[in-house]
Design a protein around this ligand. Structure first.
Ligand SMILES: [Zn+2]
Length: 263
């Protein structure tokens, strides 16, 4: 048998998957992305690609397995993703994201997984994932499954202040405005350079958005590029640092929450 360190469970055969799942204590990381416009220089599937690779780099450091990503996500909002009115953005209703998170939690529990983590890569998903997990746990408890533990996180929350100061020497505008900006573009330059077109980056000032939402959206509030900040300073080297630091931080949080009470 070839030595395998592949953490992506959907690339394994079913028997190897079952074996690895029982050997690793039932740890599965579920990436959650979106299909959303990311400006003229990035593809629509950035959040699905990056959440999967972030989960992969994390799983490698803590003997986890990575599930197929949730490819679609909750509706893009103007203050964090440009807005759901933009072309290409293809979103799910909140109840559907909740139902997907609930179903997947129950499915991996059925496989024997007892330590799950949702690795979110799309800002707007978070509370719907949380709700789905909460409903699944309530149901599983009623069915007698008591020992399931689930961690939810968004990967950018594991980029620490030292890294932020290092990578954003001219000031940091906040993760909500990082849509199509330095973070995602650098990670894409590192992991999928062939999918990035830096010639098409629009070097704009960070978007000025009100501290409230309006529905229906006022399209003129979103910069024409669909990005909320400039990606001009993005580099593959920054992407490598971001992947390494965020995944190390996530692996240590997951070790702490999922592993320490078990081995
Ligand atoms: Zn994104």
């Amino acid at each position: 048998m070839p030595a395998t360190t592949n953490v992506y469970l959907d690339e394994l055969d079913a028997f190897t998957y079952q074996q690895r799942l029982s050997a690793n204590g039932g740890v599965v990381l579920i990436p959650a992305g979106a299909i959303e416009q990311h400006g003229p220089h990035l593809p629509l599937n950035v959040d699905a690609l990056l959440s999967r690779r972030m989960a992969g780099a994390t799983a490698e450091q803590m003997d986890g397995l990575v599930a197929s990503p949730i490819t679609y996500g909750y509706k893009s909002q103007q203050r964090s993703g440009g807005g759901n009115h933009l072309p290409g953005t293809t979103s799910l209703d909140g109840a559907i994201v909740t139902a997907i998170a609930r179903s997947l939690t129950a499915e991996f529990a059925r496989h024997g997984a007892r330590k799950l983590a949702f690795i979110n890569g799309h800002f707007e998903n978070y509370q719907f994932l949380y709700e789905g997990v909460d409903l699944a746990l309530r149901q599983l408890r009623a069915e007698g499954v008591e020992n399931l533990k689930v961690v939810l996180l968004s990967y950018w929350d594991f980029v620490d202040d030292i890294t932020i100061n290092e990578l954003y020497p001219n000031g940091f505008t906040g993760w909500d405005l990082e849509h199509g900006g330095v973070l995602e573009t650098s990670l894409m330059l590192h992991l999928y350079p062939q999918m990035v077109n830096m010639d098409r980056v629009e070097d704009i000032a960070p978007a000025q958005l009100p501290n409230y939402d309006v529905l229906p959206v006022r399209p003129e509030l979103t910069p024409a590029s669909g990005c909320l900040s400039s990606a001009a300073d993005a580099t593959a080297d920054k992407g490598e640092i971001l992947l390494k630091r965020a995944s190390t931080g996530m692996a240590s949080a997951l070790q702490k929450e999922l592993r320490n009470d078990q081995r």
